[in-house]
Design a protein around this ligand. Sequence first.
Ligand SMILES: Nc1ncnc2c1ncn2[C@@H]1O[C@H](COP(=O)(O)OP(=O)(O)OP(=O)(O)O)[C@@H](O)[C@H]1O
Ligand SMILES: [Mg+2]
Length: 375
Amino acid sequence: MPTKFFPLGGPVPGEDIVGRDDLLMSLEMRLSEGQSVMLASPRRTGKTSIAHEIIRRFKSKNYYTIFIDVFQPATKKELTTLLIDSCLENRTGIKKTTDTLKKGIKSLATSAKLTFRLKDLELDILLDLDREGKEEVLLSYALELPEKLGRLDNKKVLVVFDEFQDFQKFNGDNIFKTLRSHFQNHQYVTYLFLGSKKGTLENLFSHSKEAFFRFATIVPMPEIPEEKWIEYIQKKFSTKKIAAPETAVKEIIRFTGGHPQDTMAVCSEIYYILLESNIQMLSTDVVRIGFERAKSSLIFVFDNILDDIGKNVHTRKILKKIAIGDMVYQGEENPAEVKRAIDLLLTAGIIEKTARGKYEFYEPMFKEYLLDNTF
Ligand SMILES: Nc1ncnc2c1ncn2[C@@H]1O[C@H](COP(=O)(O)OP(=O)(O)OP(=O)(O)O)[C@@H](O)[C@H]1O
Ligand SMILES: [Mg+2]
């Protein structure tokens, strides 16, 4: 959890979530009705912040809640353990129940208490986690556990999968069929799926041949309205007795396009500049310096985005063309290559289509980075 004054680089606390009231309300309403939801949006736009807030809200409604970041586990065994632990935490209050169980079995007191809390579950299977050749059985058990707990304890259950598309790493496309075959029979569980590979996820949930077709409502991630940013930034600075005139704040949004993490990054740099120079007033000059510093701090992130796209010359040429503002289909490139490059950039959530043959960067600061650098 980020601890900076302007939280940066991870899920933000509820009070720092800007401009998501309507989205959160809509998610809460649908999920409460038992309607599973899929929400996909590019990197660093606030998915995990939303996931954590939804978990907080449903915990306070007395739901059992399970949060899995699918990016984390590297193997099926790790995934299974993570799932089982997250499920059991609702009953035991212990983060790593399976570990505690294995170790605690030595201490009679812990063992007795835990055994009591888990009395109606097959404990042997939990102790089997390290056994070779049991992977599929254990994963099945883990995937059924939310429903089983819900039924046993008569509780509603919310399961959130963050970076859901990353299930692919376990077993290609087949894993999604397995997941669906479990999830579709669940009565007590509602699912929230989040992920950054928008194209992949939208295909998985909306294509009739794909495993998750019509399993969840697809909810779009809206842009954060400018006035919400202005309100938040002014209020935040005012808690430090810093005046933030609207013209200067608007300049921040103009630089970042309101991109969630970039806007926070610029605000954060501005805040440190003001602290260092003991100034209590935001000006457009300070905003410009803050923007330049934020841009340098984001170089590593932007380098990674470029690496992800790959070294394909066509894609990079198209990227540069869009950054400069040239028409993509004008030039000597083969139209099929251009189309392939554009599809890749759209799927990766880097560009958006604004009109026929016209594209814009989703993240204006990434465009600035491209214009600053030769690659
Ligand atoms: N609604 C928001 N209000 C304010 N800041 C936000 C918001 N959403 C995201 N941010 C900023 O973006 C950063 C990343 O947020 P978060 O981790 O929730 O996004 P994400 O989409 O899950 O990112 P990733 O793709 O890296 O997993 C936060 O630390 C914060 O600086
Ligand atoms: Mg995230």
